[in-house]
Design a protein around this ligand. Structure first.
Ligand code: DLL
Length: 432
């Protein structure tokens, strides 16, 4: 089943021509009407007329997350403010978030991408889709929600948390599909078991759209064998729009709608294209984005382009499972956390010294983060109540900036390891 067969099954050469037309238009518009992109192109001595074929995209400069931060909140917007109908915000590395704005057209093609994706895994009318991604500033909840409604499924916007209630709703409403992080699904299974409910035998839940964090084939097998759920990988980032692209029922790579996003794979160090099919860093160009265009954006996720045709008949390019990142971003319970963001928060607290360590582990199904913090000699004391108060204050500050709970352990001056050369402050013991 296709949602938009004309585009999804378009001959590859035709799709490339369409991408070229879209690219040409985008570059021309940005050069003509937006100062940031105009200046960037002038600095890099490239003019829209230099783009004469799709491969000429390589003449254009890269964009980085730092560009989004430097231009926060709205200097990268290319439409008047009153055309922006939605904002989403993701965490930033220095307490400064990344803001993404959307026009109505941006929301429409985002929803279109999800409608294609959901149809490709067989979610549609008759399904009850429980959306257990967070609703709010994070793109997961609202993104999946609009996609589900578009394909005619009945959407249950349960967001995260209150897991016992979610298990009850799965039973009471005959939920057939769920969209959530893989770790949340496993947590939900534990909670269901503790309530005496077997997801496999006592519910109709049979499909999962799992993403927002890395996961593996062994997790897919566990979810299938233990819960009776066919799990599909769903990928996206807030800079692109949010969750957008999934595997089809072949489960052999994530189909990327070529009319919406152009993917290049480059060597993370040199920025040069890798050989066909080799792994590298994804660089994306959003071909239809209006409010906040992205040209050759270094997304930092590591993947590869799959060259062979997919048996489902879609001709859209496919990427392999995301196997890591080329920067130090951690994803903890689906939330992006940069170690530098933790450092920034800690260093603004007067009692905190220079040394800290970050431990990330998986306790049962959920990620846990512990931050060990060395206290300045003048602030350190044997008074337990005073120290407990300080710990609570640091935990509250971290929660405020990271949007996630991190357990804090206070350490005496000199207690934490010192590093010769590059500090290694993050210990991530999660096995995916
Ligand atoms: O995580 C959007 C999303 C929501 C995707 C729901 C899928 C489902 P951000 O918060 O901006 O957006 O985080 C984007 O998460 O660069 C990847 O490193 C990681 N990520 C997202 N999906 C996957 C996936 C949303 N399927 C960052 N596999 C990305 C591995 C993923 N990593």
């Amino acid at each position: 089943m296709y949602w938009n067969p004309r585009i999804e099954c378009m001959p590859v050469e035709e799709l490339k021509k369409l991408q070229y037309r879209e690219l040409k238009q985008l570059v021309y518009n940005l050069y003509s009407f937006n100062k940031f992109y105009h200046d960037r192109m002038v600095e890099n001595k490239v003019h829209p007329d230099d783009i004469t074929c799709l491969a000429d995209i390589r003449k254009l400069p890269f964009m980085y997350k730092q560009d989004l931060r430097d231009n926060y909140p709205d200097k990268l917007f290319t439409v008047p403010k009153n055309e922006i109908v939605r904002y989403h915000v993701s965490s930033g590395t220095t307490g400064k978030p990344t803001l993404v704005g959307y026009t109505q057209n941006d929301l429409d093609y985002w929803t279109e991408a999800l409608a294609r994706s959901m149809t490709s895994v067989g979610i549609g009318p008759g399904d009850v889709l429980q959306v257990s991604y967070g609703y709010g500033l994070f793109t997961g909840g609202l993104g999946a929600h609009y996609g589900g409604e578009k394909v005619g499924a009945t959407v249950l916007p349960s967001s995260t948390g209150n897991t016992q209630r979610q298990v009850e709703l799965i039973q009471d409403l005959g939920v057939t599909a769920i969209a959530c992080t893989p770790s949340y699904l496993i947590h939900l299974n534990d909670v269901a078991n503790s309530m005496g409910v077997s997801i496999k035998n006592d519910t109709k839940l049979r499909k999962g759209l799992l993403g927002a964090e890395p996961w593996s084939e062994s997790m897919r097998k566990f979810i299938h064998d233990e819960m009776g759920i066919e799990a599909y990988d769903i990928y996206g980032t807030s800079e692109q729009a949010g969750p957008m692209f999934t595997e089809c029922t072949e489960r052999n790579g994530i189909h990327v709608a070529g009319d919406i996003m152009l993917v290049e794979i480059v060597d993370p160090d040199s920025g040069e294209p890798v050989e066909n099919g080799d792994k590298g860093e994804m660089v994306v160009t959003m071909l239809q984005k209006e409010a906040m265009p992205m040209i050759r954006y270094r997304i930092r996720d590591i993947s590869y382009l799959m060259e062979d045709e997919c048996a489902c008949g879609r001709t859209s390019p496919r990427i392999g499972r995301i196997s890591g990142r080329s920067d130090d971003m951690l994803i903890v319970r689906g939330i992006n956390v940069f170690p530098s963001q933790i450092e920034y928060t800690l260093m603004r607290i007067p009692e905190v010294g220079q040394q800290y360590m970050i431990y990330v582990s998986r306790e049962g199904a959920l990620d846990e983060m512990t931050v060990q913090v060395e206290i300045r000699p003048e602030a350190f004391s044997d008074n337990m109540a005073q120290m407990a108060q300080l710990r609570a204050k640091i935990e509250a500050e971290l929660k405020k900036y990271l949007n996630i709970y991190a357990k804090v352990e206070l350490k005496a001056p000199g207690e934490l390891p010192r590093f010769e050369g590059k500090a290694k402050r993050v210990v991530d013991t999660r096995v995916i």
